[in-house]
Design a protein. Structure first.
Length: 429
């Protein structure tokens, strides 16, 4: 079945339904079948349906997950493969879960060299009064008008969810919290987080603070993979500042094997939420839930979802690195098509004891105009489980395609003209 992807001006997509039980014996044959079918089918076009925001995954009686959180997502960190989602694209108040973006903005500045861990920032009366001890919320107890290093402020912001620490970082880097929040939103766009918006650095109630659990999961994955040294802070169990010892607000660090992060959050607008990650048997999972009414429920829900994921899923490689994934149609080239491949293995998580129906699509804007260089980005492979994308990976040209003769370009031009007229006529029906 071929459907239109909505990817680019003249989109093309290939859809292949795959039903299998993921055993080691069938893995190689299955990958070969997928590669062959993609290679044969690519080049056709039609119309595509979009993912919805409903629950993804098998029914409970089929080994699926049954959760209570209004919004939730569970992903495997290595591939980004989605194991479960529920209303994952619903914008909600993220509370202090959004300080993951605060921290990433600081991490990035340190990595770029514009901020040093030894830099010291002044604790303003504003940060002390709104985020410190007088406010009654999570705080690192920063003393008013003192100076604190960026390193210590990161400890306070991450381990203790210190609102004052987030505010001092924002004021120290940008001059005030609003400008820093604009930096956070811009940085989110740089990372491909298209829906997130920020109005402050702490997550305290503001209508401008909005995130989805999907984008929180993507952000968490990016932090884990890009800043391994900074990420260790999320696994620290306590921190002492101003002679006050405080423990991490993440109870999973003590109650789940392999748990090493990340954040809890609460506001009246957003409810109780949690971003958690753990590693078991070499596999890292990330769970994000938000909108619950009870703090204990967020812990039990996150733990239950992680344990379900570790118990029921395993990674399977769809395509090895540089293995041909398919072909894209070429315009005006010596060849009518170009071979596509991925620079990294394309993996997807599948249920160990169930049958997963997967749909693989090669999606690109085409035909691709020659000349084409090896490694040139062409499109993506999307693997769907049900009506939701389980994993997406970029694909590149695996070979050079030189510009074709004048006659070849004229024939391709005439062909595209006819196809365009056919499409226009079909759309009027």
């Amino acid at each position: 079945m071929i459907r239109n992807s909505g990817f680019g001006a003249s989109p093309m997509a290939v859809e292949i339904s795959i039903c299998r039980k993921p055993t080691a014996a069938t893995g190689r044959a299955w990958r070969s079948l997928v590669a062959a079918l993609v290679a044969i089918a690519v080049g056709c076009s039609g119309v595509v349906y979009a993912a919805n925001n409903s629950v993804q995954g098998a029914k409970k009686e089929e080994g699926g997950f049954d959760g209570d959180a209004p919004t939730a997502i569970l992903i495997e960190a290595g591939s980004g493969s989605v194991l479960f989602e529920k209303n994952a694209d619903e914008l909600r108040a993220p509370s202090s879960l959004m300080t993951l973006m605060t921290a990433e903005t600081v991490f990035h500045a340190v990595k770029e060299g514009t901020v040093k861990l030894t830099d010291e920032y002044h604790v303003s009366e504003n940060a002390w009064r709104k985020g410190g001890a007088p406010a009654g919320g999570p705080t690192m107890f920063a003393a008013i008008h003192s100076k604190i290093s960026v390193d210590d402020l990161l400890h306070g912001a991450i381990i203790q969810n210190g609102n004052d620490a987030c505010m001092v970082l924002a004021e120290g880097i940008a001059g005030n919290e609003r400008i820093f929040a604009d930096m956070m939103t811009k940085r989110a766009r740089d990372l491909g987080l298209t829906q997130s918006t920020f109005a402050n650095a702490s997550g305290l109630p503001d209508p401008g603070n909005k995130m989805t659990v999907r984008e929180l999961a993507k952000l968490s994955r990016y932090i884990i993979q890009t800043y391994p040294d900074f990420y260790k802070l999320y696994g620290e169990r306590e921190f002492t500042w101003n002679k006050i010892r405080q423990q991490s607000r993440n109870p999973l660090l003590l109650s789940l094997e392999g748990a090493d992060g990340l954040k809890t959050g609460y506001t009246k607008e957003g409810g109780y939420g949690m971003v958690a990650s753990a590693v078991q048997n070499g596999m890292r999972l990330i769970v994000v839930i938000n909108g619950l009414d009870d703090p204990d429920d967020r812990v039990s829900e996150a733990k239950k979802m992680l344990e379900w994921g570790f118990r029921n899923f395993e990674a399977r490689t769809l395509f090895a690195a540089q293995q041909p994934v398919g072909y894209a149609k070429v315009f005006g080239g010596e060849s009518r098509s170009v071979k596509l491949a991925s620079s990294e293995p394309i993996k997807v998580m599948v249920q160990k004891n169930g049958s997963d129906k997967l749909i693989a699509r090669v999606v690109y804007s085409g035909p691709v105009r020659a000349p084409i260089e090896p490694g040139q980005p062409i499109g993506v492979v999307r693997v769907w489980r049900g009506t939701n994308v389980a994993v997406e990976a970029p694909v590149y040209a695996a070979e050079p395609i030189a510009r074709g003769s004048t006659m070849r370009r004229a024939i391709d031009g005439a062909s595209e003209l006819v196809i365009g007229m056919f499409r226009a006529g079909a759309e009027k029906l």
